[in-house]
Each structure stands twice: as structure tokens, then as C-alpha cells.
Design a binder for this molecule. Sequence first.
Ligand code: ZN
Ligand code: ZN
Length: 170
Amino acid sequence: MKITVSDIEKEGLVLDLQETSLINASLKTVGPIEAHLEIHRYEEEVSVTGNIKGHLLLQCSRCLVDFQHDVDIKVELLYEPLSVSSTEESYEIHKEETNISFYQNDEIDIADLISEQILLNIPMKPLCDSQCKGLCPHCGVDMNLQSCDCNEQYIDPRLIKLQTLLSRKE
Ligand SMILES: [Zn+2]
Ligand SMILES: [Zn+2]
């Protein structure tokens, strides 16, 4: 959903949303994402505060199992109109330095805002558990569920070749 900036009244705007479909198709959610947002406008500057809660389905970077990740994000954003004169480059730098977001055409897309905030809060390497043992790099067994004896018996594939070569000579 989009809000029109110039329509925001003096007393502000309170949004209680339940987003069932997020913009980003790579985000899998369990149930709706709930957002409580308070929006205030000061001339052309818009502040958005509130929180975003929900459950995501992430894939563990170690064992590749899907697991539920709870999201509870505190939102504190400042939006400024993106001036036509600013180039793409300075916009990127500016954004990084100040953590200010920009809106264009008198509009802020709230669904975008929610998706962005969630994406920013997803861990780089999601883990189903900090103790996750992952998959055996040799036989692929999920070491949380099974054990394998690769550790003891594992031989570098290049060595196996060498071994067979050596055994042929014998
Ligand atoms: Zn895992
Ligand atoms: Zn193994």
C-alpha cells in the first residue's frame, strides 16, 4: 500500500497492518507480518516509527533445513523527498551515511518499507540453532540427526587416486 505524503494530516497517521504477501518473493513467511506504524510529517520530512512483527521461514546456512525465525523490528525511519538533482551515486552514499530514506512523487510505499526492514534484519548466515552441526562435507549427512564416520575415515579424493595408482603398481 502507498501513502500520499501531502495527505498526512498534522496529527499524523497510525497504521495497523497485516501483510500476508511481501514484495520480496524470496521471503517466506509463516502467518501474516504485523506492522504498527506511526507516521508524522514535518513539512516535507516524514518520520515513521513503530514495529514490525512476524515469523519468517529461513533456510539454515549450515544444515539447509527450513526453520522459523521470529522477527520483531523496531522501526525508526526518516524520509526525505528525493530531489531530482541528486545523482544516483550521491544518493547511495548519502543513504548509507545518514540512514535516511527517500521518497519520490509524494508517495511512500509501506509494503516496500516493511519488506526492506525485514530484509535488513535477516541474518547474513541464518542458523537453525547456534549449535547446528551442519551437513557432513563429505557424505552430506545431516549431523544433527545422524552421525557418520567420515571424520575418521575421510581420505582426500586426490589421495584415493594416488592410493589406487599405488595399489595397481603392487
Ligand atoms: Zn541448521
Ligand atoms: Zn559424513
